[in-house]
Design a protein around this ligand. Sequence first.
Ligand code: CUO
Length: 691
Amino acid sequence: MAALVKSFQLLFDRPNEPLITPKGDKGTLFQLTEDLLPKDYEANGLELNNRFGDDADDKIPLKPLRSPPRFPIASQLPVDSDFSLFLPRHQEMATEVIDTLLSVPTDQLQDLLSTCVYARGNLNPQLFNYCYSVALMHRPDTKNIPIQNFAETFPSKFLDSQVFAQARETAAVVPRGVSRTPIIIPRDYTATDLEEEHRLAYWREDIGINLHHWHWHLVYPFTATDRSIVAKDRRGELFFYMHQQIIARYNCERLNNSLKRVKKFSNWREPIPEAYFPKLDSLTSSRGWPPRQANMTWQDLNRPVDGLNVTISDMEKWRRNLEEAVSMGTVTLPNGTKQPLDIDMLGNMLEASILSPNRELYGSVHNNGHSFSAYVHDPNHRYLESFGVIADEATTMRDPFFYRWHAWIDDFFQKFKESTHVRPYTRSELENPGVQVTSASIETTGGDRNTLSTFWMSSDVDLSRGLDFSNRGPVYARFTHLNHRPFRYVINVNNTGSARRTTVRIFICPKVDERNLAWSLTDQRKMFIEMDRFVTPLKSGQNTITRESSESSFTIPFEQTFRDLSVQADDPRRQDLAAFNFCGCGWPQHMLVPKGTEAGAPYVLFIMLSNYELDKIEQPDGSEMSCKAASSFCGLRDKKYPDARAMGFPFDRPSRTVTNIEDFILPNMALTDITIRLNNVTEPNPRNPRQ
Ligand code: CUO
């Protein structure tokens, strides 16, 4: 069984190389049969494969397929094309492939392996990688086969294109076994300080943040023939909340960089002043990702090749229908009947996922917004150009315009939260009788109390698994990212009642707005970033709760973001590997704390101990995670979202009674002034293979 798992994992290796050549560090060879050969190699593929076989110690025999799938739609995507789920034509292709991979009977893993080998050989590598990942994740017999780290499979989506020529040189010149010097990626390679948006490049272009976003959308796809893949518990609401927190975090970073909050893109006929020159090359298409010049405007899209024929007027019409749904508090179904609107449904309508109750009426505003933005340079395929980075979930967060678009999306959700259809919290929902927080603070070993300390770190990532057609052995790229000193929250609580449980909710927020003035709660509630949320027992009397920053239920550890999956091989059904593929989803721990400033940025720490009776969820039995789960951002596999409250509680909706945060505080809450101080130095990551 372990050998089979390894075989499946090797299909991720070197995605642009055919399976005719050996794969993996040990040079393992798939023994292809005639029916499994890629079309281009029909004439000589077997001979070549056999020749490689003479040198390979490790071989994977394959069962011939009785009737190979033909993929009539998906095989039309050229192998050198880029792939985007936002394009209807590509969605259709993905659906066809995913259906085929899911339709192989459960536990017929040899048949599945041969089907995947055939698919890999005959489909566009990016399309295959996506469908293969989704299928592995959602088949009961493969759900614990690790999905390879996407930054290792397709490193060109994450790193400056100049790295790859150097990496190839290193792989060719320095034999494996001889230590190879890491290739240094400069910190500022996409723009200069002439462009003020470039101040945020360290955040937008962070590899961990982009991996999280890609992985989140892999766990929560918006389309599939099998509805259960999409219909995960509260997925529409999580779409809202995970992206809302991205915008809140981005706005915190902006304030720390003397920039005002991001301006939502609401007039869709207005020029876009933000330019973006990504300097990434696609190793699939051997072309650069198209840049966007300043002051381009959305144009009606007519690109038959992508199945896109949509006008700005269509978008405006859908928007009006959505606005009407929000103002009425009801959704109109295709048969004309009405249903009450809730945030989960609104998430599915706005995105839109296949769970949208009426695609005809509400369209697909968010997804099409990505496409309009990605094709401003070639809206009707006149120049045979591909899409910009904003249409790929692995690269979209690099573009400053992503935030302008998602600020509009978020504002739309907030309008619903601010409407009369969402009832403000009553005191009894916010309080926790008998529970009194007497103090809350942040401690850092060797550091000042109530001070968070940030700095820069340089870390290495191995490019070799994605470095097709080159020699083997690790080739490292060294990049610089934000990090912070580990810290802990210390909360003192007096419980005058009996022993019970409570949910601890921890947020931080800049203390003042752009004008250096105290926030009104109307604005401030949207700026709170949730740092952690966990359930803890309280005994009767005095309690001290201590929680480490590394335990956050929003983040995954650095090693998990950048994990090397080659060491994970094992039985695909082993329970302690359960839910592994959720494990790459999670905000990267190294980006938990905003950068702050060298002078020290004033923030507030908000702690709430909520009434567990109103928080708890009855869970169906399920296996525990073997990794650290970022359940607050990514949910739990095959389980309900682990909190009964609205996501973002207690700040997800306005208060009708108080206007500032001080007045919001009840005895079960605390507000503490803290400082985030940047130490502007770069330290090497102690995990780097070479210092
Ligand atoms: Cu995650 Cu627009 O939803 O990129």
